[in-house]
Design a protein around this ligand. Structure first.
Ligand SMILES: Nc1ncnc2c1ncn2[C@@H]1O[C@H](COP(=O)(O)OP(=O)(O)OP(=O)(O)O)[C@@H](O)[C@H]1O
Ligand SMILES: O=P(O)(O)OC[C@H]1O[C@H](OP(=O)(O)OP(=O)(O)O)[C@H](O)[C@@H]1O
Ligand SMILES: [Mg+2]
Length: 281
């Protein structure tokens, strides 16, 4: 089974990191290679441009693909959106020069809009009910309104820095995007795909969680339990030959700082906090 993964750009490293944490380490994935094996003999990786990945998956060149929802929508191919991988989070917005006075998309009737996403943009304006000229560019879209190529743009924003630097302001939201695990509909119910999806989800579920282990005197167990926030009950184990119990619990990373003194007050000792690689329910 093949997974298409961005070969460069901002999605490359996080996608490889996720594969690795899911137990699918890419082997000798040297730069500029098209294919690489993973530690799982049944899973290999195809490196491709983020924009081409939807095509590859729908053509069957790869059963799975990791790329942005924006790319999948722009390609207009039929894919199964299996899992939100929670990175590459951004918005596609309609934006125009701050001083230009465009305050609604309808005002672009008869105007020109530049974008790297012509299909999404056309569909968006169909929804609005006007049909400006759409000019396809392949980068530096933010520049086009200042050189009289366009009256507005549809482009990606996340922090808003690039729009601000180019004195553009958002007129409307077009699409919220993040990176997804996409599958070829023809093979989406293959058990191997479910296994890979579960491995990815276990990595996402472990993010921001810590595993806390401690020793607790038997009489203090209830008090300790009362002070442990969230998640299901702790795992409690007898320690042979001692009046103490070993207590293990998963705690939200943000709560660890406050929980530790609480646990100590309740009588817990030898508290150990570790990262969690994967969390499989
Ligand atoms: N500023 C951003 N913040 C978050 N996600 C982004 C941002 N810019 C792009 N993305 C997401 O990453 C995807 C790929 O963007 P990236 O810039 O890596 O590729 P690219 O510009 O197509 O690269 P290249 O042209 O070098 O192949 C986008 O389709 C979008 O889903
Ligand atoms: O809101 P911001 O945080 O400023 O991010 C938005 C910018 O990020 C992307 O460009 P990228 O950095 O990928 O450069 P590129 O145009 O070469 O793809 C996107 O095309 C915007 O220009
Ligand atoms: Mg980019």
């Amino acid at each position: 089974m093949r997974i298409a993964v961005p070969n460069k750009g901002r999605l490359h490293e996080p996608a490889l990191g996720l594969l690795e944490r899911a137990g699918l380490h890419v082997q000798d994935g040297a730069d500029r290679k098209l294919y690489a094996d993973t530690v799982d003999p049944d899973v290999s990786v195809l490196f491709a441009r983020a924009a081409d990945i939807p095509e590859y998956v729908s053509d069957g060149a790869a059963a799975l693909g990791i790329t942005g929802l924006d790319q999948a929508r722009e390609s207009e191919v039929d894919l199964v959106d299996l899992l939100d991988l929670e990175f590459g989070t951004c918005r596609l917005v309609l934006a125009s020069p701050e001083e230009g006075g465009v305050s609604a998309p309808e005002e672009l009737s008869g105007g020109t809009v530049a974008t790297e996403f012509p299909r999404i943009t056309r569909r968006y304006f169909e929804g609005v009910g006007v049909s400006p000229d759409i000019v396809e560019v392949s980068g530096a879209t933010e520049l086009t309104p200042h050189v009289d190529i366009a009256d507005a743009i549809v482009d990606i924003t996340s922090t808003g820095t690039t729009l601000r630097m180019n004195r553009l302001s958002v007129v409307d939201d077009v699409l919220e995007s993040s990176v997804r695990l996409f599958a070829d509909p023809a093979v989406a119910d293959d058990p191997k795909i479910d296994q890979i999806k579960t491995a990815f989800r276990s990595v996402l579920d472990a993010d921001g969680k810590r595993y806390v282990m401690m020793n607790v005197p038997e009489g203090a167990l209830e008090d300790v339990k009362d002070r442990i926030p969230g998640m299901g009950g702790p795992t409690v184990m007898d320690i042979a030959g001692e009046e103490k119990l070993a207590v293990h619990v998963v705690v939200d990373e943000r709560e660890v700082f406050e929980v530790i003194p609480e646990l100590k007050t309740a009588g817990a000792s030898d508290i150990l906090v570790t990262e969690i690689e994967r969390l499989v329910p």
